[in-house]
Design a protein around this ligand. Structure first.
Ligand SMILES: Nc1ncnc2c1ncn2[C@@H]1O[C@H](COP(=O)(O)OP(=O)(O)O)[C@@H](O)[C@H]1O
Ligand SMILES: [Mg+2]
Length: 175
């Protein structure tokens, strides 16, 4: 950690996620800080709580779990004190969760193009702007010559294509 080099942008204190029923802790009392440009790796065996921690950092607990204690501050803002619409606006803009497995992360009932576009329109782009950006993103991941990808469903894509589609959706960068 290089917390003394720059003031941290992300400050997690005492984060605890527990099962909603029994209250058994999945992760307990986790505190980390991340400065701008810093990369934090979390290592642990399967089932040790890495995904639970990552999701809690963007204010989400999977069904059956709840964020039981602690705080997450991003650029000084306490995420858990934000109303849901404000938290949602930060997701995909100031912070993003990029899931590990694109075959389960993509919505099987939605066409690929619609899914990509939804992220952009949810963050304020007009339909035309979103369409243009989707084309750019497709080109960025090397799929620009295959616009037909946008009109298919995730199960019709190869694994490699799903990875390409997933990344720009979760990580549209500031421009
Ligand atoms: N909804 C849930 N209800 C109860 N336990 C859960 C739920 N989701 C995950 N878990 C448990 O939480 C633990 C951590 O899971 P996870 O964060 O996915 O681990 P990792 O990403 O490190 O493989 C696992 O033991 C898993 O069984
Ligand atoms: Mg995981």
């Amino acid at each position: 950690m290089t917390g003394d080099m720059a003031s941290p942008r992300l400050v997690v204190e005492g984060l605890t996620v527990a099962t909603a029923g029994s209250g058994a802790a999945i992760i307990e009392d986790v505190s980390v800080q991340v400065a701008a440009g810093e990369v934090l790796g979390v290592v642990g065996e399967s089932g040790s709580g890495k995904t639970t921690l990552g999701l809690a950092m963007v204010g989400h607990a999977r069904r059956g779990l709840e964020i039981a204690a602690g705080s997450v501050r991003l650029d000084g803002t306490d995420l858990f004190s934000l109303p849901p619409d404000q938290l949602r606006r930060r997701r995909g803009a100031a912070m993003a969760y990029i899931p590990q497995d694109p075959s389960t992360a993509l919505n099987p009932a939605l066409r690929v193009g619609g899914m990509l576009k939804e992220v952009l329109t949810a963050h304020g782009r007009s339909g035309a702007e979103a369409d243009a950006r989707v084309q750019e993103l497709l080109a960025e991941v090397g799929l620009g010559s295959q616009p037909e990808i946008l009109s298919v469903y995730p199960h019709q894509l190869s694994g490699g294509h799903r990875h390409g589609v997933r990344l720009p959706a979760g990580s549209h960068r500031a421009r």
